[in-house]
Every structure is written in C-alpha cells, then in structure tokens.
Design a protein around this ligand. Structure first.
Ligand code: 13P
Length: 283
C-alpha cells in the first residue's frame, strides 16, 4: 500500500470506537518493528518523528524508510511530524511528503496558537495533508522540547480553537506527561468526556508511555482516536541491545544487537495496539 494520510484513518477510528497507535521511530529497526507489529495485528498504524529526530537524520531518511515499510505492508501506514515547533519545520515535512503534520503552538498564548495553527492548516489543505494541534500543555520533556509543568485543556477553549483553526485533530492535556513518570499518572477523564462532547474532530493523547493499558482503553472509550508512544519504544529497543551485548560483550555486528532491539519494540507495540482496540481494524 502507498502511504496514507491520517485523515480517513482517524475518522474511521472515531466512527468505530478505537484509536490508532502513533509510535515514534528513530532508526530503521524501529520502523520495521512497528510495521511488523501492525501487520501481525492487522492494525492501521502511524509512525512519527520529532524535530530532534529529523535533526539527527533529515526528513527524507525517515520518509524513505516509512514509505518502503508502507509499500511492503498490507495495512494502512501514515507518516506524521510529531510536535512540529515552527511553521518552517511543518513546511519542510509537508514538502518532503509527510502525510500528517502536527504544529504545536501550545507554548504560546491562545491567540498565537490559533494564528500559527491556522497558517499551517491553510497550506496543508492544498495537498490534503491533515494537521494536528495541541491545546493546553502536556507536561514533561519530549526529546529536547520541554513541555513545562503542564496545564489542562479547557473544553470551551478547545471548541473555539477547533472552529477558528479548522484543524483536523486535537491533542488534549488531561494529566499525561512526556517521558518517564515518577508516580502513577492521574488522568482527568471527565475533562476528556467534556471535550469530546463539545469538539467534533478526533482527539489525541500524548505522553502515553507509562500509562496503564486499562486507562488507555478508557480514554479510547471516551473519545481518544490517536495514542502517542515514544519513551517506552526507546526503552524496549535499548533493553534488547543491552541484552545481547551483556550476554556477548564481544559482539561487533550491529545486526545482531539491533535485531533484538527490533524484536522487543515489536512485542511492545503489538500489546499497545490491543490497548488502543485497533487490532483487526486495518481496512
Ligand atoms: P511518551 O514519550 O510519554 O510516550 O510520549 C510520546 C508522545 O506524546 C509523543 O508526542
């Protein structure tokens, strides 16, 4: 299959009560692991890269990897810019051929966030590329982007934001944070339901590593249609590599330890697709 956009994917998820997992990929093995998991689970899937990932290797490296994965796959695959932090970066993703773009203006004022989001939506709609925005602040650290202490999404502001920007999906802040949690995260599920009542576009959950599968499924039942996972994929990959190197410290073939990293990421992703209720939803 060719790469698809997240537009139809997320609308289908919304109509049928499941969410599409969006997994941050940082090398070829992680791309192979995520698409392999999606194939086994017959699930649609989104692979995404952050600004720091595309700084490490350019957009086209990741685009090429995910494009090949999509073309070999029998399930729908989209490539998404996660936390695009400027108009220019969003445009670079758009020109590269990314099939979904996040512009994150959540660190500015409500008005500035609207203006920035609208400017990206205006361009992307010419190529039918859907745009995700964020309102409220998901706390913690996403790569080198510091989300600060967080601040929950106001449901009425969310409604106004979506109407004024024409955005295709909205990331909401309901108590999750990026990175590793120090304690059990407490989510404001009633706030999520209230936002769902007032806002008609698909809703996105960020900072999901470390949130229990039960809570994720509850969020999906209350209207989340895209669930982002990053930190736990890094941990899974690194654990796999460490396992091989600890058992055989003389290993010099990267294929040997990367293959184990790939395997651990694949198993992790397969389990999260169950939590998102996307198993068997590939159309
Ligand atoms: P985690 O690193 O907490 O999984 O967050 C991922 C995320 O929200 C990417 O945007």
């Amino acid at each position: 299959m060719s790469l698809v956009t997240t537009k139809q994917m997320l609308l289908d998820a919304q109509a049928n009560g499941y969410a599409v997992g969006a997994f941050n990929v940082e090398n070829m093995e992680m791309v192979m692991a995520v698409v392999g998991a999606a194939e086994e689970q017959k699930s649609p899937v989104i692979m995404q890269t952050t600004p720091s990932t595309v700084k490490y290797a350019d957009f086209d490296y990741f685009y090429a990897n995910v494009k090949v994965a999509a073309e070999k796959a029998s399930v729908p695959v989209a490539i998404h810019l996660d936390h695009g932090n400027s108009f220019d970066l969003a445009m670079k993703a758009y020109r590269t051929g990314y099939t979904s773009i996040m512009i994150d203006g959540s660190h500015g004022s409500f008005e500035d966030n609207i203006a920035l989001t609208k400017s990206v939506v205006e361009v992307c709609k010419n190529g039918n590329v859907p745009v995700e925005a964020e309102l409220g602040k998901v706390g913690g650290k996403e790569d080198d982007l510091d989300g600060g202490d967080g601040g929950y999404t106001d449901p009425n502001e969310a409604k106004e934001f979506v109407e004024k920007t024409g955005v295709d999906s909205l990331a909401v802040a309901i108590g999750t944070a990026h990175g590793v949690y120090k304690g059990e995260p407490k989510l404001d599920l009633n706030r999520l339901s209230k936002i769902r009542e007032l806002v008609d576009v698909p809703l996105v959950l960020h900072g999901t590593s470390g949130v229990s599968d039960e809570v994720v499924t509850e969020c999906v039942n209350r209207g989340i249609c895209k669930v982002n996972y990053a930190t736990d994929l890094r941990i899974a990959f690194t654990n796999g590599v460490k396992k091989v190197l600890e058992a055989n410290p003389d290993t010099i073939d990267p294929k040997k330890y990367n293959a184990q990293g790939r395997e651990e990421v694949k198993e992790y992703v397969k389990a999260r697709m169950v939590a998102c209720k996307s198993v068997g939803q590939a159309k």
